[in-house]
Design a binder for this molecule. Structure first.
Ligand code: PMP
Length: 388
């Protein structure tokens, strides 16, 4: 590169600060970054994803089961016949129809697809919020509601849950009155606590909210309750879901259902071609085997209560009720949450540590429901750790 004012090749010799030959000196890069990147971004850590090679992975609410051979064969065929030299088609009607049928979305609703529901969260904040407008959610909840709001220049307000980690409806209604949020995110069941908010509470929030209310049903397949049939009943509700928890986390596909007029506005902010052709082809193939996904979710749901009961038997462990495919537990015995998390990590069992994330989550760890052998390995490791 021939930089203005610098003879070509100036940066090609070895750097005294150890940075690779031909790269700009690290101090110059750091200076430019400090003067350019937003201070709030400089102060952040990237979304944490643990290295999981050789570990029992119970930290990310994935489905522990791989797809059956017949489904994988169908995927292979679909992917082989997909043209990679072209951008994705503008016509998503085939996929939209398949998704609406597979997931019980009312005929009169429209859908918007995201590269994971993470992307849909951004799209809604970007479409609705001027800089400084409020995005509100019960808190603690899914950490990306806060991150996405901040990245998109909105102001995030988290309304504390009760000490039992249930929804504090009076506090929510007061915060909505005070902050007039453009967007309210309600994850139900909630991550990382597992609680399902009552229909009456959700109704009250929807009625009080002046802007959009996003019912995030990422964990709905494990809950036995959905807002989807009534998604068109209120003028300000959309329902968001993902396939990540039912066996397809690697695919990165989330969908949003709502009134066609809402979806049309949100669609304007969607990055062009956000859903790649391989995701589309794979999803179409997998949805022809939808009962396989349902059966996997049913297995995780059935395994949740025995796991919760066994965890509750351990000394000094409090189990919070869960309607999702994970269980939040608090450790208050001889070892605190950090110590238990580390001891499990040493035994190559990954779960998510929330001990330092929020005062309401002190000493709390979140455990995904795994395959039966994984759950058994976790329980025996915990028995050993807690009785040592
Ligand atoms: N919503 C909630 C409540 C979640 O917990 C998650 C993932 N942990 C997501 C949305 C995002 O899911 P994805 O981007 O995988 O679709």
């Amino acid at each position: 590169m021939n930089l203005p004012g610098r003879p070509n090749g100036e940066y090609r010799s070895a750097q005294r600060d150890g940075s690779p030959a031909s790269a700009a000196p690290a101090a110059d890069v750091a200076g430019r970054i400090a003067g350019t990147v937003r201070p709030d971004i400089l102060g952040l850590a990237a979304y944490p994803v643990a290295h999981a090679e050789g570990c029992i992975k119970l930290d990310a609410m994935e489905c522990p089961y791989e797809l059956p051979e017949a489904v994988r064969d169908d995927i292979a065929r679909a992917v082989r016949d997909t043209a990679l030299n072209r951008y994705p088609s503008a016509d998503l009607s085939g996929l939209q129809a398949a998704v609406k049928t597979a997931f019980g979305i009312p005929d009169a609703a429209d859908v918007l697809f995201g590269n994971g529901s993470d992307e849909l969260i951004h799209i809604m904040v970007q479409a609705c919020c001027n800089p400084g407008d409020v995005v509100l959610s019960p808190w603690p909840s899914f950490v990306y509601f806060d991150m996405a709001a901040r990245f998109d220049h909105a102001r995030f307000v988290g309304v504390p849950l009760t000490p039992d980690l249930t929804l504090d409806l009076p506090a929510m209604l007061a915060a909505i009155r005070e902050h007039q949020p453009k967007v309210v995110f309600l994850a139900t069941p909630n991550n990382p606590t597992g609680g399902l908010w009552s229909p009456e509470d959700v109704d009250a929030i929807v009625r009080a909210a002046p802007g959009l209310v996003v019912l995030d049903e990422a964990y709905q397949p494990f809950a036995g309750h959905t807002w989807m049939p009534g998604v068109l009943d209120a003028p300000n509700v959309v329902v968001m879901r993902t396939v990540s928890k039912i066996g397809l986390a690697g695919l990165r596909f989330g969908y949003l259902a709502g009134h066609p007029a809402w979806i049309a506005e949100l669609n304007k902010v969607r990055p062009p071609y956000n859903l790649n052709v391989l995701t589309q082809a794979t999803l179409l193939a997998v949805l022809r085997h939808k009962p396989v996904l349902d059966e996997q979710a049913a297995r995780m749901r059935a395994d949740r209560e025995p796991l919760a009961a066994a965890l509750a038997q351990l000394p000094g462990v409090r189990v919070f009720p869960s309607a999702a495919n994970f269980i939040l537990v608090r450790f208050s015995g001889k070892l605190d949450g950090n110590a238990v998390h580390l001891a499990l990590k040493t035994r190559k069992i990954l779960i998510r540590n929330f001990s330092n994330a929020h005062p309401l989550l002190a000493d709390c760890l979140r455990i995904s429901v795994g395959a039966p052998a994984e759950n058994a390995a976790l329980l025996s490791a915990l028995q050993e750790i807690l009785s040592a």
